[in-house]
Design a protein around this ligand. Structure first.
Ligand code: SF4
Length: 304
């Protein structure tokens, strides 16, 4: 048994050395493996062999739900036609500095060539991955890119995006200091129509949500803000009434999540009550993210 373990260890070391000599800087590591590498004695149970550092030729099909994050495999070279990998649990350790940047870049590279939803990949102009500060304490999440975002390659542009930017600035932040992403990275197609947008289906959102999971796991924000009922449904599942759920804290992947109205809904309604409710939600978000709140900010919608 001991000899077998030593052989396995040596084979793994040789493989890692070979990867390093080819320029690899990161490898996939299961959480169990990571825990063992961090000091626990080697696991002797064959079912828990540290598979993710083995050569592909001897590596079983990975249980992707155990993979904490996608780490870059070689510089920023994209993998070929990979679908998003499921990651149901956050990684045990936060990534810092260069590793966080590299992990996000590698994830982005994979998303940019993803063609899991053939109908969306065929019709998109660009994959709209996400934008902003990967160290932000706040992450805003929408449902899917529309025509404007598809054109720009950035989430929340156009009128709704301008309003979201105004809300962020009123919070004392800038658009570039928060992170903004959608559940779906490709614009929902609109067959037979030359313009307009449609809501993503639950199936489309669930196909793409692993990318968002990994964005959340890499950034580890203090607070998530879900914008609009479709985004909330895509994250929490089931049908919800945004008018009832907004303003009430939920939890998503262990992170507090605030559901609120989508900026385009606020633009459509244009009522003081809706605007006040969104602002009250943002005050809660600022509080949870431990951002300073001035008296002026608290009193925006108070009657004189
Ligand atoms: S929507 Fe997501 S899963 Fe589907 S093709 Fe685009 S990036 Fe891939």
């Amino acid at each position: 048994m001991r000899d077998g373990y030593q052989e396995l260890l040596q084979a793994s070391l040789n493989h890692l050395q070979a990867l390093k000599s080819k320029g690899d800087r990161f490898v996939l590591v299961e959480q169990e493996t990571w825990a063992e590498l961090c000091g626990k004695p080697p696991h002797r149970n064959p079912a828990s062999t540290p598979t993710s550092i083995l050569p592909k030729s001897v590596r079983p099909t990975p249980d992707s739900s155990k993979l904490p994050i996608i780490r870059p495999s070689r510089g920023t070279q994209p993998a070929k036609k990979e679908a998003p990998q499921q990651s149901t649990e956050p990684p045990s350790l936060p990534l810092t500095g260069e590793a966080r940047y590299a992990a996000m870049q590698a994830l982005r590279d994979r998303a940019l060539i993803c063609s899991q939803c053939a109908h969306l990949a065929r019709n998109r102009q660009q994959v709209v991955f996400g934008t902003g500060d990967i160290h932000s304490p706040i992450m805003f999440i929408g449902e899917a890119p529309g025509a404007d975002e598809d054109q720009a390659g950035e989430p929340f542009v156009g009128m709704a995006g301008k309003l979201l930017t105004r809300i962020i600035e009123t919070m004392g932040l800038s658009r570039s200091s928060v992170y903004i992403a959608n559940i779906l990275k490709c614009r929902p197609d609109t067959p037979g129509q030359s313009s307009g947008n449609r809501k993503p289906t639950p199936e489309e959102m669930s196909a793409c949500v692993p990318f968002l999971h990994q964005q959340i796991d890499i950034i580890r924000p203090k607070v998530l803000v879900a914008l609009g009922s479709t985004a909330v449904e895509g994250l929490l599942g089931g049908a919800i009434f945004i008018t009832k759920l907004r303003g009430h804290w939920q939890t998503y992947r262990g992170t507090p999540l605030m559901p609120t109205y989508h900026p385009s809904y606020v633009l459509r309604k244009q009522t003081l009550d809706i605007k006040r409710e969104v602002w009250e939600d943002m005050l809660q978000v600022m509080d949870k993210a431990e951002l300073p709140i001035s008296e002026k900010q608290r009193g925006f919608f108070l009657k004189p």
